[in-house]
Ligand binder design. Structure first.
Ligand SMILES: NC(=O)C1=CN([C@@H]2O[C@H](COP(=O)(O)OP(=O)(O)OC[C@H]3O[C@@H](n4cnc5c(N)ncnc54)[C@H](O)[C@@H]3O)[C@@H](O)[C@H]2O)C=CC1
Ligand SMILES: NCC(=O)COP(=O)(O)O
Length: 349
């Protein structure tokens, strides 16, 4: 299914309205060339966005729609999800605002499932104020894993730097207990498949970080690297996936070895995200790999400390839009190639 560029519909959930989400969305679409690349649809309310726009140097014009079949190319569409006014207090952690963040995210996910939008880009939520009886997830990734098909995997991306996580929203004290052969095999296969289908890398090279300092130093500092990781990685390598490691994480980044691999696999959130954000903050993208639909988001959170002050850097959000479109196209190309493989006729003697 090859779509004309401007017809790729990018659904956008508005995130926490007291954070910097609305600012980075508006600033991204201030540049009208973005509308030649895609058709954006923001899941929110046109009046609210017109109100918050006054706080920023933005002149972006909205096209409010009440149904998704009214969305127009060449416009910044806003799907009016609610009618009532909402009190915006930039920088304030507010449960009521959390309910609107989830309203937007849930509706955009439904549209993604039903094919009304092609890809989803999410603005940041506050993981505390979104919690309710109906929504008990630590983040977007976990909810999408439930709603869509496949096995969600958090992958941070900036150009050729890609960091995938074995465990993501897991407290540090529970990481080791989560690490099993089954989980590691499943996650590394998700990363391999994503590199092939989403990033068009034919035979990807994957580096895997150890869990413990110095990858355990032969068992002196923790047993998991020798007892679990090494044998699992050998099995994965023997089955044909170019996975290497476990590498001691500090030296691996410090010496620049990360540049030699198509993806780096971290055992837990901060092991991967600290080096990733240090190397690429402001340009990185959080991609949910492994699902039947494409979702990306910027590399940052709600940034309450600068919300409403016209200070937010919107480049990471813009990159999230670009990457979602690139992956959507790459997946379509991969599907086409797989359906029409080169026909090789064997010569009969
Ligand atoms: N995808 C998502 O929905 C994410 C949500 N969060 C949530 O955001 C909230 C705040 O998280 P933090 O860890 O404080 O991270 P944060 O990214 O919101 O802020 C960290 C620091 O970076 C600065 N910063 C962030 N984005 C910026 C931008 N675009 N331009 C300029 N400066 C920027 C902030 O001002 C702050 O000083 C938490 O509730 C967290 O759960 C965090 C990361 C991702
Ligand atoms: N640090 C990235 C992060 O925690 C975002 O999580 P999610 O909301 O994308 O699942």
């Amino acid at each position: 299914m090859n779509k004309k560029a401007e017809n790729i519909i990018v659904g956008i959930s508005v995130g926490d309205l007291n954070g910097i989400g609305s600012e980075v969305i508006l600033k991204t679409f201030e540049d009208s060339r973005m509308l030649e690349l895609c058709t954006p649809v923001i899941f929110a309310n046109a009046k609210i966005l017109s109100f918050v726009r006054k706080s920023f140097t933005s002149t972006v014009q909205f096209h409010g729609v009440d149904k998704l079949d009214q969305v127009l190319p060449g416009k910044v569409n806003v799907y009016n999800l609610w009618r009532e006014g909402v009190d915006i207090n930039f920088g304030k952690n507010d449960e009521k605002i959390g309910t609107y963040a989830i309203k937007s995210f849930a509706a955009a996910t439904k549209a993604l499932k039903e094919g009304d939008i092609d890809v989803l880009v999410t603005a940041p939520i506050n993981k505390y104020n979104i919690q309710s009886e109906d929504f008990k997830f630590p983040g977007h990734t976990d909810y999408l894993n439930q709603e869509l098909e496949g096995n969600a995997l958090m992958m941070m991306v900036q150009d050729n730097l890609r960091v995938g996580l074995i465990t993501d929203h897991v407290p540090l004290s529970e990481v080791s207990a989560h690490l099993t052969e089954e989980l590691i095999v499943k996650k590394i296969e998700t990363i391999r498949k994503s590199l092939v289908e989403d990033f068009s890398i034919v035979k990807p090279k994957i580096a895997v970080l150890g869990l413990n300092p110095h990858a355990g130093d032969g068992g002196v500092i923790g047993k998991e690297d020798d007892a679990l990781l090494r044998p699992v990685l050998k099995k994965i390598f023997d089955s044909g996936t170019m996975a290497f490691g476990p590498f001691p994480a500090d030296g691996f980044f410090g010496s620049g070895q990360y540049e030699k691999y198509d993806a780096i696999v971290a055992m837990y959130h901060d092991q991967g995200l600290i080096p990733f954000k240090t190397l690429s903050f402001g340009k990185g993208v959080n991609y949910t790999a492994g699902l039947n639909k494409v979702r990306t988001s910027p590399d940052h959170g709600t940034a309450y400390d600068i919300a409403g002050k016209d200070m937010a850097d919107y480049n990471s959000f813009k990159e999230a839009v670009y990457l979602a479109i690139d992956i959507f196209r790459s997946r379509n190309q991969y599907e086409e190639i797989s359906q029409k493989p080169l026909k090789i006729k064997e010569k009969q003697l």
